[in-house]
Design a binder for this molecule. Sequence first.
Ligand SMILES: Cc1ncc(COP(=O)(O)O)c(C=O)c1O
Length: 370
Amino acid sequence: MPFSLEQRAVIDPDSVAALCDMLVACPKHVPTPLADLSALARRLGLGALRVKDESQRFGFGAFKALGGVLAVFAELSHAIRQQHGIDAGFAELMDAEHRKLTAGFTFTTASSGNHGRSVAAGAHLFGSRCVIFLPHFTSADKEAAIRARDAEVIRVAGDYDEAVAECRRQADKNDWAIISDTSWEGYECIPKSVMRGYGVLVHELLGQWPQGPTHVFVQAGVGGLAAAVIGYLWATQSVRPTFIVVEPESADCWFQSNRLGKPAPASGDAETVMGGLACREISPVTWPIVGIGGDWFMTIDEACVLPARRRFAKPMVGDPAIASGPSGCAGLAALLRACADPAARGALKLDPQARVLLINSEGNLGEPLP
Ligand SMILES: Cc1ncc(COP(=O)(O)O)c(C=O)c1O
């Protein structure tokens, strides 16, 4: 299938280059490394295995730094354009001159931890108020990291999807601006802006690996990361890689949606150690990319997580060590599982011609390796 207007309305790679140019001006910004795990590739019988290591993003430790911060920036610079007719960059927005406007905003979102940290960082940077809704399972360290950016935190006695519902209720009541990474009917622009930020990691990746991957294992919660990765590569590569979307067994909303051919809820209760992937519902705006463009959908069980984190942390001789959290290592967990199953290996063509890309979407903040 060609990458058509329906897909480009969700992920437009042409809009990402401008974002990358803007980031060059940010002193903290350095592209994250693309780790080459050649020894593990040989062991698995693959041609190449590379890992985009988002644990090193901005000193923030997760790819989510690219979404929330930049979406907050986009909202505020839009408001300044409307009020003063000027295009304000990062530096101008941090300037005291605009504080009156930026301080008038309250940004909010629900998050399992990383996205909330990112929105809080954006609000803090530009002097806006921020309120983050967390589900019951988010670690105390992630909550502390959000509070350290001066955000207020509201714990919801439920899971991620219940935190989203509560955030929407409170935002409606208080007239707060929601910066959500998931979408719903009538609320799509901001999740698209968040995903545009994720596109930066794919843009970097293609500069680091001109040949590009033949296979991508990408982990999904609501599907924003998967949409950015699949959409960008689908739009720009002459030969489209095979995309394998990975989820925890209990939070298999993409797996179930693929089965039904339309958005469907997870079959389980989303209780999983992979907190970033603990979603019962997909982000509907991503359907034209992930639902249509994903080639395979697979689930992994909880027991896969620790061995994958250990494999990253204690690599084979010659490979670099990578610090990953439970959601960060999900792509590796899936790859190891598929390679161990001859039928899956054959179906996916995981052979010496395969060049596999994984994304270590988070480091081990608050979740040290036991
Ligand atoms: C570390 C990590 N990896 C992957 C994801 C999944 O991203 P998405 O919800 O956009 O599918 C998340 C989401 O919070 C995350 O925190």
